[in-house]
Ligand binder design. Structure first.
Ligand SMILES: Cc1cc2nc3c(=O)[nH]c(=O)nc-3n(C[C@H](O)[C@H](O)[C@H](O)COP(=O)(O)OP(=O)(O)OC[C@H]3O[C@@H](n4cnc5c(N)ncnc54)[C@H](O)[C@@H]3O)c2cc1C
Length: 311
């Protein structure tokens, strides 16, 4: 059987994995990148392609899909396999990667950039009628910002975190009216997003708090307090993660903390020799998830590999 060798194998084609490939290019490390989904960009592409990204220098109000298009042009991994998930083992200090279609790869170093796993938006399974309507109509959406779906519509956003706030702000630009519906008495989003929501630039956002959704019927949302008529409901209820992807990697000697891989700063080394982790899969004191951290961590990991190779 043919086995392809490279200096570095990268698991995951989200921001952290793509930028790791870019950094490998800059220091002349050969590398291969595996992505389980049919496209790169991870969460940016899967969950919020039409949302502006925040907190990235020089990318003021760039849409996530445009940012990822630029990033993947900039990064050009030497070898990239989409639709390909991998499991990992280690023999004689070399990582052996086996793909879902049984191809074999070897690498001296491993960078795990698997984010929170192979993610899909969570469907609201506890709500009567929700799954059926999600599968059969445009009324129920999960983490979707396609402007065409909301133009001049009555839209309800369900959820109270940053992604619900982001969706409300984005959709309010095209919708007739947006209702942000949350079961607690306060939203959990960052203060700057709350300020923007309160400013309500398009004068069409309304909050309904302490309301729990019990049932959906076509065009109707039934809560514990009232029935709300709407054209669309968008659930921002978090992500469903395919845990298998993490389990396949966790066969290595990785110290974990709440399902995240513990890393040393500033090298991003894990407890497994020659194995690094970057991006949302990582845990260290004061870790903040976000695009900027992904790029910083990728840079630090690849620097360390380049230094080790020289010594
Ligand atoms: C709604 C929302 C809005 C956000 N807005 C912002 C923002 O404005 N600014 C900001 O800085 N951050 C934002 N973030 C956070 C930011 O998107 C993440 O921090 C970043 O995308 C994480 O990138 P990553 O590469 O670590 O992981 P991910 O994007 O999760 O990518 C990991 C990739 O690895 C793949 N994978 C996993 N396991 C395997 C395997 N075994 N084999 C092959 N492939 C595998 C997955 O399919 C996935 O594509 C937002 C997040 C969300 C959910």
């Amino acid at each position: 059987m043919d086995v392809t060798s490279s200096d570095v194998a990268i698991i995951g084609g989200g921001v952290a994995g793509l930028y790791s490939a870019y950094c490998c290019n800059t220091v002349g490390l050969s590398h291969v990148l595996f992505e389980a989904l049919p496209y790169v960009g991870g969460q940016c592409t899967a969950l919020y392609p039409d949302k502006p990204i925040y907190g990235v220098p020089g990318m003021h109000k760039a849409l996530a899909k445009d940012f990822i298009a630029n990033l993947s042009n900039q990064c050009s991994p030497q070898q990239m396999y989409l639709n390909t998930s991998v499991s990992v083992s280690k023999h004689d200090n070399v990582f052996q990667l086996t793909t879902n279609n049984n191809q074999q790869f070897m690498a001296k170093y491993l960078i795990i950039a698997s984010g929170i796993g192979i993610m899909e938006p969570s469907l609201p399974i506890g709500i009567k009628g929700a799954v059926e309507l999600a599968n059969t109509s445009d009324f129920v959406q999960c983490y979707c910002l396609n402007p065409e779906l909301y133009k001049d519509k009555e839209v309800v956003i369900a959820g109270g975190g940053n992604s619900a706030a982001d969706h409300a702000l984005c959709i309010s630009k095209v919708a007739k009216h947006v209702t942000l519906l949350h079961k607690r008495d306060k939203l959990r989003c960052d203060k700057n997003k709350l300020d923007e929501l309160n400013k309500n630039e398009f004068n069409n956002i309304q909050f309904k708090l302490e309301q729990e959704i019990l049932e959906l019927q076509p065009g109707v949302i039934i809560t514990n307090k009232e029935s709300i008529n709407a054209d669309r409901i968008v659930f921002c209820y978090g992500l469903h993660v395919n845990q298998n992807s993490i389990n396949n990697i966790s066969v290595l000697n990785l110290k974990m903390e709440r399902n995240l891989i513990k890393c040393e700063l500033p090298t991003m080394k894990t407890s497994e020799n020659h194995c690094y982790a970057v991006g949302d899969i990582v845990s260290y004191p004061s870790k903040k998830k976000g695009i900027l951290s992904c790029c910083y961590e990728a840079q630090m990991a690849v620097n360390d590999i380049a230094l080790e190779r020289e010594n």
